[in-house]
Ligand binder design. Structure first.
Ligand SMILES: [Zn+2]
Length: 390
């Protein structure tokens, strides 16, 4: 058993050579199924019970060929989930010195698309699972590989909705330079569209000016931002309040025409305790209130589904174990993860991986060779504590 499972670097080379870009832009998006099938074959060979869960295109904005993978070794209650996403971000090949799809060893590093974020972690998990005797486990060891983390988080979303994931603790191997991360803000990106009526600029009565309306909306959003900052302070974050960024605006055509259409896009970073749906409803109410009494037509809506904040208690068993095993203090990051969806499934979830965050989403992304040994040690320690110990 397991004789056909490649060694860590060879496995990573195969994962990197299998493109799995996910993107909100349809022409860049690719299936992740080939990566899932590679992992499924290897994990089966290592004796795990493997379940490939295809995702209905209805849940992926119509993109076919997406799947999650759940592989389990051993039985019992509790247990540890080692989780990673199978997709990568798109890449700009002109800015790479190395071939993004060919794992290249140089300067003590393994270069390739997804090495840090986060096919490298999946290859390390495979290595950590190799040789673990399922019959000797008191609690199950679960490998989870998800789809579309970099675009819509469809994989994690579907998983949270459908359930059926064993385990009590979960490590997501996003690039954190081995720092255990228990805390991050949520993210929303929303669009506000105002429709008025065009007309000659010489007589305001001939139209309804959408830019005038958006000026009021922006004032209202800036006032709301202050209120949110007062209501949701949290000193654990570097920026200790929720943010609302007015990021993009488009409207009008000519100085001598009344502006008929104006659209604003904003980014919100939510504190723990702020609900995505409630915040979206509050935003819509603020916008409507700002232009109440005018004939402007208002539409608001998400640019993507939005990700809630993660706030795993710092004194939880997994956080403490990771602090102990890595020697790092637990911290926060400024990006969103699949963590909140796994938390919703009842898993105590921490984000910790060998990649360097500065390397993720960059040309010549790499995994440093000297991270491999320490990561395997940490994973081995986790399996001892959460799967082998009573
Ligand atoms: Zn990632």
């Amino acid at each position: 058993m397991g004789t056909h499972v490649p060694a860590m670097q060879e496995a990573l080379a195969a994962l990197v050579a299998t493109p799995s870009v996910s993107s909100a832009q349809p022409h860049l998006d690719q299936p992740n199924r080939p990566v899932v099938d590679l992992l499924a074959g290897w994990l089966e060979d290592l004796g795990l019970t493997v379940e490939v869960r295809p995702i209905d295109p209805e849940d992926t904005h119509g993109r076919p060929g997406k799947a999650n993978l759940v592989a389990t070794l051993g039985q019992g209650d509790g247990g540890l989930v080692l989780a990673g996403h199978t997709d990568t971000v798109p890449f700009d090949s002109g800015r790479w010195r190395h071939d993004p799809f060919k794992l290249t060893e140089a300067d003590g590093r393994l270069y390739g698309l997804g090495t840090a974020d986060m096919k490298g972690f999946l290859a390390l998990v495979l290595e950590a699972v190799r040789g673990v005797d399922g019959a000797a486990l008191r609690h199950p060891l679960v490998v989870l590989a998800t789809a579309d983390e970099e675009s819509s988080m469809a994989g994690a979303r579907v998983l949270a909705r459908d359930g059926g994931l064993p385990g009590r603790y979960c490590v997501i191997g996003e690039p954190t330079s081995m720092v255990p991360v228990h805390l991050h803000k949520g993210i929303m990106m929303e669009r506000i569209h105002l429709t008025g009526r065009s007309g000659h600029s010489s007589d305001p009565g001939l139209g309804v000016n959408a830019l005038d309306g958006m000026y009021r909306v922006m004032g209202a959003l800036m006032a709301w931002r202050e209120e949110l900052a007062e209501r949701h302070r949290d000193g654990r974050f570097k920026v200790p309040y929720p943010t609302l960024n007015l990021g993009h605006i488009r409207g009008g055509d000519n100085p001598n025409r009344i502006c008929a259409e104006c659209e604003l896009s904003i980014d919100l970073r939510l504190m723990p305790g702020m609900d995505v749906d409630e915040t979206r409803a509050a935003l819509a109410a603020r916008v409507r209130e700002a232009v109440a009494g005018s004939p402007l037509e208002v539409r608001t809506g998400p640019l993507f589904e939005g990700v809630p904040a993660m706030d795993t208690p710092a004194d939880g068993a997994l956080v403490r174990a990771l602090v102990d095993l890595t020697g790092h203090r637990a911290g926060s990051v400024t990006f969103g993860t699949e963590g909140p969806y796994l938390t919703a499934l009842g898993l105590e979830t921490v984000v910790m991986g060998p990649g360097d965050l500065r390397e993720a989403h960059q040309p010549d992304e790499y995994l440093a060779l000297d991270r491999i040994g320490p990561t395997l040690d940490v994973l081995g320690g986790l399996i001892d504590r959460f799967c082998r110990a009573p």
